[in-house]
Ligand binder design. Structure first.
Ligand SMILES: C[S@@+](CC[C@H](N)C(=O)[O-])C[C@H]1O[C@@H](n2cnc3c(N)ncnc32)[C@H](O)[C@@H]1O
Length: 231
Protein backbone atom coordinates (compact mmCIF):
# COMPACT_ATOMS: atom_id res chain seq x y z
CA UNK A 1 0.00 0.00 0.00
CA UNK A 2 2.94 2.34 0.70
CA UNK A 3 4.08 2.08 -2.91
CA UNK A 4 0.61 3.03 -4.21
CA UNK A 5 0.29 5.93 -1.77
CA UNK A 6 3.83 7.13 -2.59
CA UNK A 7 2.94 7.16 -6.26
CA UNK A 8 -0.31 9.08 -5.67
CA UNK A 9 1.54 11.62 -3.54
CA UNK A 10 4.33 12.07 -6.11
CA UNK A 11 1.78 13.13 -8.74
CA UNK A 12 0.24 15.90 -6.64
CA UNK A 13 0.77 19.53 -7.76
CA UNK A 14 -0.12 22.84 -6.16
CA UNK A 15 -0.43 24.44 -2.73
CA UNK A 16 -4.06 23.57 -2.03
CA UNK A 17 -4.79 19.85 -2.19
CA UNK A 18 -7.97 17.92 -1.31
CA UNK A 19 -7.95 14.20 -0.57
CA UNK A 20 -11.53 13.16 -1.27
CA UNK A 21 -12.28 9.95 0.63
CA UNK A 22 -9.19 10.21 2.85
CA UNK A 23 -10.24 7.21 5.04
CA UNK A 24 -7.16 6.43 7.22
CA UNK A 25 -5.51 9.77 6.36
CA UNK A 26 -2.16 8.23 5.37
CA UNK A 27 -2.06 10.11 2.08
CA UNK A 28 -2.66 13.40 3.91
CA UNK A 29 0.28 12.57 6.18
CA UNK A 30 2.44 12.14 3.09
CA UNK A 31 1.18 15.48 1.76
CA UNK A 32 2.26 17.11 5.04
CA UNK A 33 5.67 15.47 4.61
CA UNK A 34 5.81 16.70 0.98
CA UNK A 35 5.27 20.28 2.20
CA UNK A 36 1.82 20.93 0.70
CA UNK A 37 0.63 24.12 2.42
CA UNK A 38 -3.13 23.65 2.57
CA UNK A 39 -4.53 20.14 2.80
CA UNK A 40 -8.21 19.23 2.95
CA UNK A 41 -8.92 15.76 4.36
CA UNK A 42 -12.46 14.99 3.17
CA UNK A 43 -14.66 12.06 4.12
CA UNK A 44 -18.29 11.17 3.67
CA UNK A 45 -18.52 9.23 6.95
CA UNK A 46 -17.97 10.79 10.36
CA UNK A 47 -16.31 7.56 11.55
CA UNK A 48 -13.66 7.62 8.83
CA UNK A 49 -13.13 11.36 9.21
CA UNK A 50 -12.44 10.83 12.93
CA UNK A 51 -10.03 8.00 12.07
CA UNK A 52 -8.16 10.26 9.62
CA UNK A 53 -8.18 13.13 12.09
CA UNK A 54 -6.67 10.98 14.89
CA UNK A 55 -3.93 9.64 12.64
CA UNK A 56 -3.08 13.01 11.07
CA UNK A 57 -3.11 14.91 14.38
CA UNK A 58 -0.74 12.30 15.90
CA UNK A 59 1.50 12.51 12.85
CA UNK A 60 1.64 16.32 12.84
CA UNK A 61 2.31 16.41 16.59
CA UNK A 62 5.26 14.04 16.11
CA UNK A 63 6.71 15.61 12.97
CA UNK A 64 5.90 19.32 12.91
CA UNK A 65 6.72 22.41 14.96
CA UNK A 66 4.46 25.06 16.53
CA UNK A 67 1.36 22.91 16.28
CA UNK A 68 -1.99 24.49 17.06
CA UNK A 69 -5.10 22.33 17.07
CA UNK A 70 -8.53 23.77 16.45
CA UNK A 71 -11.84 21.98 16.14
CA UNK A 72 -11.75 21.12 12.45
CA UNK A 73 -8.14 21.89 11.56
CA UNK A 74 -4.56 21.55 12.65
CA UNK A 75 -2.06 24.32 11.93
CA UNK A 76 1.72 23.92 12.07
CA UNK A 77 4.85 25.61 10.75
CA UNK A 78 4.58 25.36 6.98
CA UNK A 79 0.94 24.44 6.60
CA UNK A 80 -2.45 23.31 7.81
CA UNK A 81 -4.81 20.36 7.44
CA UNK A 82 -8.58 20.96 7.51
CA UNK A 83 -10.98 18.08 8.19
CA UNK A 84 -14.17 18.23 6.18
CA UNK A 85 -17.20 15.97 6.47
CA UNK A 86 -18.37 16.03 2.88
CA UNK A 87 -19.95 14.03 0.12
CA UNK A 88 -17.31 14.62 -2.55
CA UNK A 89 -16.58 18.35 -2.95
CA UNK A 90 -20.02 19.48 -1.68
CA UNK A 91 -18.96 20.93 1.71
CA UNK A 92 -15.55 22.12 0.57
CA UNK A 93 -15.55 25.92 0.72
CA UNK A 94 -12.54 26.38 -1.58
CA UNK A 95 -11.54 25.10 -5.01
CA UNK A 96 -8.36 23.05 -4.55
CA UNK A 97 -5.49 23.24 -7.06
CA UNK A 98 -5.40 19.47 -7.03
CA UNK A 99 -7.77 16.73 -5.88
CA UNK A 100 -6.96 13.10 -5.22
CA UNK A 101 -9.82 10.63 -5.52
CA UNK A 102 -8.41 7.16 -4.98
CA UNK A 103 -9.45 3.65 -4.04
CA UNK A 104 -13.07 3.84 -5.21
CA UNK A 105 -15.05 2.44 -8.12
CA UNK A 106 -14.81 4.33 -11.40
CA UNK A 107 -18.48 5.33 -11.41
CA UNK A 108 -18.22 6.86 -7.94
CA UNK A 109 -15.04 8.76 -8.86
CA UNK A 110 -16.78 10.24 -11.91
CA UNK A 111 -19.88 11.11 -9.89
CA UNK A 112 -17.76 12.92 -7.29
CA UNK A 113 -15.56 14.72 -9.81
CA UNK A 114 -18.26 15.85 -12.22
CA UNK A 115 -20.98 16.68 -9.70
CA UNK A 116 -20.46 20.37 -10.58
CA UNK A 117 -18.41 20.84 -13.76
CA UNK A 118 -18.14 24.60 -13.14
CA UNK A 119 -15.87 23.78 -10.17
CA UNK A 120 -13.19 21.43 -11.40
CA UNK A 121 -9.73 21.38 -9.82
CA UNK A 122 -6.91 22.19 -12.21
CA UNK A 123 -5.21 18.86 -11.52
CA UNK A 124 -6.70 15.52 -10.54
CA UNK A 125 -5.00 12.34 -9.42
CA UNK A 126 -7.36 9.39 -9.72
CA UNK A 127 -7.10 5.72 -8.88
CA UNK A 128 -10.26 3.92 -9.93
CA UNK A 129 -10.68 0.34 -8.73
CA UNK A 130 -13.00 -0.45 -11.63
CA UNK A 131 -14.21 0.86 -15.02
CA UNK A 132 -10.86 2.53 -15.71
CA UNK A 133 -11.72 2.79 -19.42
CA UNK A 134 -14.95 4.67 -18.63
CA UNK A 135 -13.03 7.02 -16.33
CA UNK A 136 -10.44 7.77 -19.05
CA UNK A 137 -13.08 8.39 -21.70
CA UNK A 138 -15.23 10.69 -19.53
CA UNK A 139 -12.19 12.46 -18.14
CA UNK A 140 -10.96 13.28 -21.64
CA UNK A 141 -13.94 15.65 -22.17
CA UNK A 142 -12.63 17.97 -19.44
CA UNK A 143 -9.02 16.97 -18.81
CA UNK A 144 -5.82 16.09 -20.59
CA UNK A 145 -4.29 12.92 -19.22
CA UNK A 146 -0.62 13.52 -18.58
CA UNK A 147 0.26 10.27 -16.83
CA UNK A 148 -1.66 7.03 -16.77
CA UNK A 149 0.21 4.02 -15.50
CA UNK A 150 -0.54 0.69 -13.94
CA UNK A 151 1.47 -0.42 -10.92
CA UNK A 152 1.70 -3.53 -8.79
CA UNK A 153 1.52 -3.24 -5.01
CA UNK A 154 0.70 -5.80 -2.29
CA UNK A 155 -0.52 -8.42 -4.75
CA UNK A 156 -2.76 -6.12 -6.80
CA UNK A 157 -2.60 -3.94 -9.89
CA UNK A 158 -3.62 -0.28 -9.60
CA UNK A 159 -4.25 2.19 -12.41
CA UNK A 160 -3.17 5.70 -11.43
CA UNK A 161 -4.10 8.67 -13.60
CA UNK A 162 -2.93 12.28 -13.42
CA UNK A 163 -4.78 14.81 -15.55
CA UNK A 164 -4.86 18.59 -15.96
CA UNK A 165 -7.77 20.71 -17.14
CA UNK A 166 -8.17 20.68 -20.92
CA UNK A 167 -9.28 18.04 -23.36
CA UNK A 168 -7.85 14.85 -24.70
CA UNK A 169 -8.37 12.84 -27.82
CA UNK A 170 -7.79 9.25 -26.86
CA UNK A 171 -7.62 6.29 -29.22
CA UNK A 172 -9.57 3.12 -28.45
CA UNK A 173 -6.37 1.44 -27.22
CA UNK A 174 -5.46 4.44 -25.03
CA UNK A 175 -8.93 4.34 -23.46
CA UNK A 176 -8.57 0.63 -22.71
CA UNK A 177 -4.95 0.50 -21.57
CA UNK A 178 -3.74 4.02 -20.71
CA UNK A 179 -1.46 6.37 -22.62
CA UNK A 180 1.71 6.05 -20.55
CA UNK A 181 1.49 2.26 -20.47
CA UNK A 182 1.34 2.12 -24.27
CA UNK A 183 4.10 4.71 -24.68
CA UNK A 184 6.45 3.04 -22.24
CA UNK A 185 5.50 -0.66 -22.35
CA UNK A 186 7.05 -0.94 -18.87
CA UNK A 187 7.39 -4.31 -17.16
CA UNK A 188 4.46 -3.91 -14.74
CA UNK A 189 2.19 -3.11 -17.68
CA UNK A 190 3.42 -6.13 -19.66
CA UNK A 191 2.72 -8.38 -16.67
CA UNK A 192 -0.72 -6.79 -16.22
CA UNK A 193 -1.45 -7.37 -19.90
CA UNK A 194 -0.42 -11.03 -19.60
CA UNK A 195 -2.83 -11.46 -16.69
CA UNK A 196 -5.65 -9.75 -18.63
CA UNK A 197 -4.95 -12.03 -21.57
CA UNK A 198 -5.09 -15.19 -19.43
CA UNK A 199 -8.37 -14.02 -17.96
CA UNK A 200 -9.82 -13.14 -21.38
CA UNK A 201 -8.76 -16.53 -22.78
CA UNK A 202 -10.62 -18.31 -19.98
CA UNK A 203 -13.98 -16.73 -20.85
CA UNK A 204 -15.72 -17.39 -24.11
CA UNK A 205 -17.94 -14.43 -24.94
CA UNK A 206 -18.02 -11.48 -27.36
CA UNK A 207 -16.71 -8.94 -24.85
CA UNK A 208 -13.60 -10.99 -24.07
CA UNK A 209 -13.07 -11.91 -27.73
CA UNK A 210 -12.95 -8.18 -28.50
CA UNK A 211 -10.62 -7.58 -25.56
CA UNK A 212 -8.32 -10.33 -26.83
CA UNK A 213 -8.10 -8.66 -30.23
CA UNK A 214 -7.23 -5.33 -28.52
CA UNK A 215 -4.56 -7.07 -26.44
CA UNK A 216 -3.18 -8.54 -29.65
CA UNK A 217 -2.89 -5.02 -31.11
CA UNK A 218 -0.88 -3.94 -28.07
CA UNK A 219 1.36 -6.99 -28.46
CA UNK A 220 1.92 -6.06 -32.10
CA UNK A 221 2.82 -2.49 -31.10
CA UNK A 222 5.27 -3.89 -28.58
CA UNK A 223 6.86 -6.21 -31.17
CA UNK A 224 7.11 -3.38 -33.71
CA UNK A 225 8.33 -0.52 -31.52
CA UNK A 226 9.98 -2.05 -28.49
CA UNK A 227 11.23 -5.60 -28.83
CA UNK A 228 12.94 -4.99 -32.20
CA UNK A 229 14.59 -1.75 -31.06
CA UNK A 230 15.95 -3.55 -27.98
CA UNK A 231 17.62 -6.30 -30.10
C1 LIG B 1 -11.40 2.32 0.05
S1 LIG B 1 -11.29 3.87 0.77
C2 LIG B 1 -9.88 4.58 -0.06
C3 LIG B 1 -9.11 5.45 0.86
C4 LIG B 1 -7.96 6.23 0.25
N1 LIG B 1 -8.44 7.23 -0.67
C5 LIG B 1 -6.99 5.31 -0.43
O1 LIG B 1 -6.88 5.36 -1.66
O2 LIG B 1 -6.30 4.54 0.26
C6 LIG B 1 -12.61 4.84 0.08
C7 LIG B 1 -13.01 5.96 1.02
O3 LIG B 1 -13.83 6.88 0.29
C8 LIG B 1 -14.86 7.33 1.13
N2 LIG B 1 -15.95 7.83 0.27
C9 LIG B 1 -16.83 7.10 -0.45
N3 LIG B 1 -17.68 7.90 -1.10
C10 LIG B 1 -17.33 9.17 -0.81
C11 LIG B 1 -17.83 10.45 -1.15
N4 LIG B 1 -18.89 10.57 -1.95
N5 LIG B 1 -17.23 11.55 -0.65
C12 LIG B 1 -16.17 11.44 0.17
N6 LIG B 1 -15.64 10.26 0.56
C13 LIG B 1 -16.21 9.13 0.07
C14 LIG B 1 -15.21 6.10 1.96
O4 LIG B 1 -15.89 6.46 3.15
C15 LIG B 1 -13.83 5.50 2.20
O5 LIG B 1 -13.26 5.99 3.39
Amino acid sequence: MKKRLDKLCSLVDGNIVADIGCDHGYLCEMLVEKGVKEIYACEVTQKNLEKAKNNIVNYVNRKCCNVQQLDNKIIYDGGKVTFVLSDGFKNLQILPDCAIIAGMGGDLILKILFDDVSKLPNTVVLQPNSKVDVVRKTLSNYYEIIEDKVMFDCGKYYNIIKAVKGKDNLSELQILFGKSNLNEMHSEFLDYLKLKKQHALSINNEHYKKLLSQIQKVEELYEKNFRISKN
